[in-house]
Design a protein around this ligand. Sequence first.
Ligand SMILES: [Zn+2]
Length: 407
Amino acid sequence: MKNPFLFLSGLLFLLTNYLPAQDLDVKRLKSEVQHRIDTYLDKEKKLAPFYEISDDGMIVYASAEKKSKKEPDLKIAWSSLAAATPKAEANQIRNQTLPLEHIRIALDPGHTAGDINCGKIEQKYLQIPKDSLHHIPQDFELVEGHLTLGVALTLKKKLEDAGAIVMLTHHKPDETACGSSFEEWKKTEFNQVLDSLVLCKKITVQQRLFYKTKADNRKIFRDIFRDIELQKRADLINAFHPDITVIIHFNVDEKNTDWKKFTDKDFVMTFIGGGMLPSDLKRPEERIEFLRMATTDDLDKSEKLSGAVVKSFSSILKVPIASRTQANYLRDNCITTPTPGVYCRNLILTRIVHTPLVYGETLYQDNRDECRKLMLEDGEIEGVKTSARVREVGEAYYQGILTYFSK
Ligand SMILES: [Zn+2]
């Protein structure tokens, strides 16, 4: 379903940015790469059979067997990395008139749904009917894609006013990164996608028939469309070559299953790449991303950016930062970084976006007070209704980004 050449071309671009080294500090490079693997990438200390850090460079193997036979899958020489320097504009903003002048920022509003019907197809909505609980005077309905778009448009304006060059992966309610709605995609591209999936043996002829004739929208979205659309988001972001990427989501309490009642919990957290297991290195494109994350400073910068943003979430939104015991996925699926509220998690976007990034999970939509605040829509930006709480979330991202670039 994914095209490894897209990953390859992205990586090649990345490597051509580096100049040949005059003086190679091999010892420092080796220790930096090992530190990154230990701190961010190797979740259960089981990745050693897949790589080698030698005096010449870093080698990645497809399996332990290939390593024992000395048959490398990928290799990068220290000389290609040593002269890597941070982008000049990102370090010189103090001399600019505007605080973010020339900084390129990609914003990815998570999900796409603009209303509850689309929210149900992508399974990102909250609906608490008034008669399901005592003492609530109205139905409660939230659609995550609507909230994230409101935040992204609010944040875009603030960043542009501060001089940044901003791109969004999608701009309107129900619009996807493929440039159309899910329903339009189904009409125009779905059949062709199914045919190509059969051709590359990702699905059988019988499965194609099932998806064409029997599968409902939720299943088509989950099984076929979601990953294609996420890849498209990453392609758009990587082609824009941003200094940072901001991926915007709202959280829910994982233990409040079905979200038919309120929770009293409320936390903020952020994700960056990493947290990989041996099973995450099976495909060639996954090993390329592992090599990229180990040998560039994308993860170091992501931790700093995410640390600044999550601190800003907590102080502006007045919501505590989640510790690793607060959710099972933090304890079981993530590496806890030294920075509070920043977790390494091998999500599709934290892996295939080739820039420093913050994947923000602000507050729990199913928290009693948050739900009320998020539904009180008294403003509008570019045709999208917003609440004061959504605008506050935009401000929290903005202040975190300013802090990151002012250091
Ligand atoms: Zn989300």
